[in-house]
Design a protein around this ligand. Structure first.
Ligand code: NDP
Length: 284
């Protein structure tokens, strides 16, 4: 028999999670602070709980998807947690995940944290990735049920790992988007349409991403030699980049912080190294 599931939080994401479980033919109990949001799911067969505690008691597997961790901390308390597996998919930090794991296990529950690498329309479809970490036995037991939402990837027993990877992927994404948007602002300062520039930028960034495997190897092995492009070569480009931004009436944005990093790398004697050297300078 398929495991029944509770979903706490029926915002855009929570409703998509509950719907995917319903489509998979599972018994789904739902709870939301504003009860009206349960209506469309009840019409599709979900059971509506009157309180969060009642919803937690209804199923062995409880999925939590609220705005912020503080909301989840308010709800995940008390005896109802005993014997339940809590899968917390609310976005948070590794520290928050570890703290909440302690509270849930202290109340007799099992805790798995998760990071959803998808938007609501992707849930239940190929292409959705959900990162998990925490109680590996509980994850193993519920892996098949969690796979209804998207491809599950388990990262380890530390509940902080899923939010760490989630945030690291967002970090990489925002950095890339910031670079692209700044470049578009530069080009548009000459009234050149962004659509003229975009294919060039996409091709360039795609080609540059080919350096990631080598950078990853270099930093893991502490071997920063390069026959391609050195820190010193890139460092000399930064004054021009920043000056051009200012000349074109564009905020230099993230460039001064990057310039400082390159300057520090050269000042500390790493000018001949490959760009992966900068990763080590970020660690404090
Ligand atoms: P929504 O804003 O659509 O929904 C927020 C949910 O949190 C609602 O159920 C809301 O209840 C509930 N909530 C807020 N405050 C409280 C509170 N004090 N007590 C109880 N419940 C509360 O957000 P999403 O569904 O889009 O996102 C939910 C989580 O999923 C977030 O952590 C988000 O970062 C993550 N996520 C979202 C993605 C997306 O594309 N949407 C992608 C990946 C992750 P109410 O209806 O009563 O306001």
């Amino acid at each position: 028999m398929k495991t029944s599931v509770t979903v706490l939080g029926l915002g855009l994401m929570g409703a998509a999670l509950a719907e995917a479980f319903l489509k998979d033919g599972r018994t789904v109990t739902v709870w939301n602070r504003s009860p009206a949001k349960a209506g469309p799911l009840v019409a599709k067969g979900a059971m509506k709980a009157g309180t969060a505690a009642e919803a937690i008691s209804a199923s062995p597997l409880v999925i939590v998807c609220l705005s912020v961790y503080a909301n989840a901390e308010e709800i995940l308390t008390g005896d109802a947690l005993a014997g339940r597996t809590i899968v917390q998919l609310t976005n948070g930090t590794p520290r928050q995940a570890r703290d909440l794991a302690g509270r849930v296990t202290g109340n007799g529950g099992r805790y798995v944290d998760g990071g959803i690498m998808a938007v609501p329309p992707m849930i239940g479809r190929p292409g959705a990735l959900v990162l998990y970490s925490g109680d590996d036995e509980a994850f193993g037991e519920h892996r098949e049920t969690l796979a209804v939402l998207g491809r599950p990837q388990f990262l380890g027993a530390d509940p902080g790992l899923a939010p760490l990877f989630d945030l690291a992927l967002l970090d990489a994404m925002y950095g890339m988007i910031a670079g692209f948007q700044h470049a578009v602002a530069l080009v548009r300062s000459e009234k050149i349409p962004a659509t003229t520039f975009e294919p060039m930028a996409t091709a360039w960034l795609t080609a540059m991403m080919a350096s990631f495997p080598e950078q990853a190897r270099a930093v893991d092995e502490g071997d920063f030699g390069t026959a391609v492009s050195s820190v010193a070569t890139s460092q000399v480009a930064f004054p021009g980049l920043i000056e051009t931004s200012r000349d074109q009436g564009v905020d230099p944005g993230h460039l001064p912080a990057l310039r400082e990093l390159f300057d520090r790398a050269v000042a500390e004697g790493h000018g001949d190294d490959g760009l992966a050297r900068l990763i080590t300078l970020l660690a404090r």
